[in-house]
Design a protein around this ligand. Structure first.
Ligand SMILES: [Zn+2]
Length: 178
């Protein structure tokens, strides 16, 4: 299992780099990401959360009620082509342990991404799947939930953020962290 970077770690503010070739190292990273997400009971993970600048995200909702039949997705160089509608939902993040925030996002997205053979795909996602993917793509752009809230909301969670910065939190996770 890989170590998950948390709020304050520089790599979370850095933009991912495009993956131009998938080699053994890339495949091992993806396997480790899937394992780490599973062990943390997460529903999604971006590569920079585990210390890689590669533009790779994964999502797996199969342990979430209502999504049991969904398949895990590995998206390389993901890009949102368009978004439709708006919805607000309380999100958590493996990199912001203990914090939950209401975040407005598109209800539906059209996503272009590459698979591990670097073949291109275009797919529509909505509901929780669409939300998780938007959250993970934010990570690849160096954007955290704390960048998507107002200054006032951020003030309300300042103490919790300080605790994470000072590593005073227990890093135990719950289902539905992204
Ligand atoms: Zn996150």
């Amino acid at each position: 299992m890989l170590t998950i970077n948390v709020y304050g770690d520089k790599i979370l503010k850095q933009k991912a780099k495009k993956v131009l070739k998938v080699d053994q190292r890339t495949l091992q990273l993806i396997r480790d990401m899937l394992e780490t997400m599973k062990e943390s009971d997460g529903v999604g993970l971006a590569a920079n959360q585990v210390g890689s600048r590669d533009s790779i995200i994964i999502a797996d909702l199969s342990h979430v009620e209502g999504y049991e039949k969904s398949k895990p997705i590995v998206a390389i160089n993901p890009e949102i082509l368009s978004g439709e509608g708006k919805s607000t939902y309380e999100e958590g993040c493996l990199s912001l342990p203990g914090i939950r925030l209401n975040i407005e996002r598109s209800e539906k997205i059209k996503l272009r991404f590459q698979d591990t053979d670097l073949n291109f795909h275009e797919e529509n996602f909505d509901g929780l799947f669409g939300r998780v993917l938007q959250h993970e793509i934010d990570h690849l752009n160096g954007i955290l939930l704390t960048d998507r809230i107002s200054a006032e909301e951020k003030k309300n969670i300042e103490e919790d953020l300080d605790k994470i910065l000072n590593r005073e939190v227990e890093l135990n996770y719950q289902i539905s962290e992204l």
